[in-house]
Design a protein around this ligand. Structure first.
Ligand code: C2G
Length: 151
C-alpha cells in the first residue's frame, strides 16, 4: 500500500515525526510532498528553513521513502493517480478538507501531536531576538534607576 501526505515541515519536530511514522505504518511506501517556499507564500506561511533543507530533513526520516515538491493546492489528485497512491493521509487539523479525493484513494486524518508546532517553536524563540532583549534591557535599567532613587 502506497501512502501520500503533504506539508511544510518547518523546524522538523516530534509532531511531524509521529505523523510520518503512523502514516508509514498504514502501508509499505510513504511519499511526502514538501511545500516549496513559493507555495508556502501562497499558503501565507513563511518557513525559517528553506525548501531544500526541509525536503532533505524529511527525506532522511526513516519512515519516508520518497519526497516530491508541493507547488500548488491542486496537484493532489494528479499525484495520487500518477504515483498509484492507495492512502492519502493528513493530520487532524485538515479533517474533511480532502474528502473529495475519496474516489481515487482512501483518505485518512490522524490525530495531531499535542503541545508542539513550528509556530510555537518560533514564538518561543522570539524572546531571544535582539529587539525583545533590547526592550528587556531598558526595562531593567529603568527598574535600577527607580530602585536607586528609593535607596
Ligand atoms: N502535524 C501533526 N502534529 C503537530 C503538528 C503538525 O500531526 N503537532 C501534522 C499536520 O497536521 C500536517 C503535517 O504534520 O498533516 C505537516 O504540518 P505542517 O508542516 O504545518 O503542514 P501544513 O502547513 O498543514 O501544510 O496541502 C497541504 C498543506 O501543504 C499542509
Amino acid at each position: 500500500m502506497r501512502v501520500l501526505t503533504y506539508g511544510t515541515f518547518d523546524l522538523f519536530h516530534i509532531g511531524h515525526l509521529r505523523l510520518l511514522e503512523r502514516l508509514r505504518a498504514l502501508g509499505d511506501h510513504l511519499t511526502v510532498a514538501v511545500s516549496t517556499d513559493e507555495f508556502n507564500a501562497l499558503k501565507g506561511k513563511t518557513s525559517l528553513v528553506p525548501y531544500a533543507d526541509r525536503a532533505a530533513l524529511v527525506a532522511a526520516c526513516r519512515w519516508v521513502d520518497a519526497v516530491i515538491p508541493e507547488d500548488t493546492w491542486g496537484q493532489k489528485r494528479d499525484d495520487v493517480v500518477r504515483l498509484g497512491i492507495d492512502v492519502f493521509g493528513m493530520g487532524g487539523d485538515w479533517e474533511g478538507h480532502f474528502d473529495a479525493l475519496r474516489d481515487v484513494c482512501q483518505v485518512v486524518y490522524l490525530p495531531r501531536t499535542d503541545g508542539i508546532s513550528s509556530t510555537a517553536i518560533k514564538d518561543r524563540l522570539k524572546v531571544f531576538d535582539t529587539e525583545s532583549l533590547q526592550s528587556l534591557k531598558s526595562a531593567i535599567e529603568t527598574a535600577q534607576q527607580v530602585l536607586a532613587r528609593l535607596a
